[in-house]
Design a protein around this ligand. Structure first.
Ligand SMILES: NC(=O)c1ccc[n+]([C@@H]2O[C@H](COP(=O)([O-])OP(=O)(O)OC[C@H]3O[C@@H](n4cnc5c(N)ncnc54)[C@H](O)[C@@H]3O)[C@@H](O)[C@H]2O)c1
Length: 254
């Protein structure tokens, strides 16, 4: 096993979108990054263009694959300082169309994946006094139509963050959570119909989608020593969505 002095981050769902932007920001700050994804082709192609990364093919919802991933990462770096549980899937459907299979598909990645990767990383994080950043969503903060599975999975991630913080603080391991607002990634493109896009514009004080980099900056901040006294927290990076109630469409039509 190698033992590097360079801080090492694991980012799940790193092949594209928010995970890729987070990987690039960690690299620019001198971390080495284990990029974890189940989309092998995309992962290999983006990782080939980057230095100081290890691409690990892994479905975070499968316990055996997660354990193998952690073993591979530790062989590579001998340490884990940061785990970003970012891999996620979205499936928007009305309650009556949400079969148990669809529900389980969302829960397996969005909730089981966070639990499994965190459990596997615990010994290494304990040793490094490292930290976890879980990626939830504004859909976990406020209920909305079509998100019975997705919204519930993300609300659970917010609570799991607090459960983890409550026990892992004893080891000096911090756990925080980022709840992104809408970002134009492949995930959002698959579920944000024109009506949903318009609804978001109506509901967001800053009146726009966020960028991958705007989410990544908060993730990397939470992972850094700048946030050394923060644990068990959820930060919404959402253009003000969570803060508002009725009134914005009226304001905009004036
Ligand atoms: N884009 C948004 O508007 C938005 C808003 C709120 C929260 N989020 C959350 O941010 C995170 C990243 O989303 P994104 O928009 O960048 O999505 P994306 O679809 O662009 O990227 C997600 C990546 O995760 C990978 N992935 C999915 N399931 C996996 C699994 N089981 N194992 C391993 N890899 C897996 C995919 O292959 C993909 O590369 C997700 O957790 C998502 O729920 C996104």
């Amino acid at each position: 096993m190698n033992q590097t002095t360079q801080a090492t981050a694991i980012v799940t769902g790193a092949a594209r979108g928010i995970g890729l932007a987070t990987t690039q920001l960690f690299l620019s700050k001198g971390y080495r990054v284990a990029m974890v994804d189940r989309d092998t082709a995309e992962l290999q192609s983006v990782a080939a263009a980057l230095q100081n990364v290890l691409a690990v093919d892994c479905d975070v919802s499968q316990e055996d694959q997660v354990n193998a991933m952690m073993h591979t990462v530790l062989q590579w770096s001998g340490r884990v300082d940061v785990l970003v549980n970012n891999a996620g899937v979205a499936d928007f459907a009305a309650i009556q169309d949400t079969t148990f299979e669809r529900w389980k598909t969302v829960m397996r990645t969005n909730l089981d994946g966070v639990f499994l990767c965190s459990q596997a990383a615990l010994p290494a994080l304990r040793e490094s006094k490292g930290c976890i950043v879980n990626i939830a969503s504004i859909s976990g903060l406020r209920a909305s139509t079509l998100r019975v599975a997705y919204g519930t999975s993300k609300a659970a991630v917010i609570h799991l963050t607090k459960q983890q913080a409550a026990e892992l603080g004893e080891w000096g391991v911090r756990v925080n959570c980022v709840a992104p607002g809408p970002v134009k990634t492949k995930l959002a493109a698959a579920v944000h119909t024109p009506a949903i896009v318009n609804a978001y514009h109506d509901a967001i004080p800053l009146n726009r989608y966020g960028s991958e980099e705007e989410i990544a900056r908060v993730i990397v901040f939470l992972a850094s020593d700048e946030a050394s006294y923060m644990t068990g927290q959820m930060i919404a990076v959402d253009g003000g969505f969570d803060a508002t109630g009725v009134g914005l469409p009226t304001l905009r039509s004036d």
